[in-house]
Design a protein around this ligand. Structure first.
Ligand code: MHO
Length: 213
């Protein structure tokens, strides 16, 4: 997969942002991810002082490999859109254009038929995204300091938000993407030797475990 391509954006609130960071990071066609705060009015929110913002995942994807509809499907399948959570963890689709809005509204209607409880998901225009603190970016990957150091991603490195490899590994190490996809993709990602084996063992151990937060 050539990463030097024009990308499109998708932004979702789906409760604790560590989980969708891993989910989308390991999804083919997703180029990079970042977590942050979105949807509110407070300027420069932080994790400890979030104001009226919601935890959100911001995705750059290659529309020739994955469609917005496919991303929406993952959105609906990987959180509870009927949960009446506090604002920090509420369910939101931040649309970037009218096509995204239309697709979101349509899928929301379809989803409602599959749920007894009302869906609380808001569909609102994307305005501004405030990056979360570095320690929240690629959170699962950062629990593996040896791996981070092998791939050159330090605790304050800009690569935490820009690296395709970091996005991928952050998903793979909790089993997202699965072993078959990992084996196909490892070479393309430039993984070999000890690093490849370290990650492969974790994918094998964790495949099927689902998302954790
Ligand atoms: N279970 C975690 C959620 C953090 S999330 C980024 C905690 O309670 O700290 O909101």
């Amino acid at each position: 997969h050539n990463l030097d391509v024009p990308t499109k954006k998708a932004t979702f609130g789906m409760a604790c942002f560590w989980a969708p960071d891993a989910l989308f990071g390991a999804t083919l066609g997703v180029v990079r991810t970042r977590v942050g705060y979105c949807g509110g009015t407070k300027n420069n929110p932080t994790y400890r002082s979030l104001g009226d913002h919601t935890e959100a995942i911001d995705i750059d994807y290659d529309p020739n490999v994955i469609t917005y509809s496919q991303l929406l499907e993952l959105f609906w399948q990987n959180h509870d859109p009927t949960a009446r959570n506090k604002l920090q963890y509420t369910s939101i689709i931040f649309y970037h254009d009218e096509d995204q809005k239309e697709a979101a509204d349509k899928t929301l209607k379809d989803q409602q038929k599959r749920h007894k409880a009302s869906i609380v998901t808001k569909v609102i225009p994307f305005k501004e995204f405030f990056d979360a603190e570095d320690y929240h970016q690629k959170y699962r990957l950062q629990q593996h300091p040896w791996l981070c150091s092998e791939i050159g991603v330090g605790k304050t490195s800009p690569l935490l938000k820009s690296s395709h490899l970091a996005a991928r590994l952050n998903g793979y190490i909790i089993g997202q993407g699965g072993v078959a996809q990992f084996n196909k993709e490892a070479e393309q990602l430039g993984l070999e030797g000890q690093v490849r084996d370290y990650v492969r063992k974790l994918v094998e151990e964790n495949e099927g475990n689902g998302l954790i937060c």
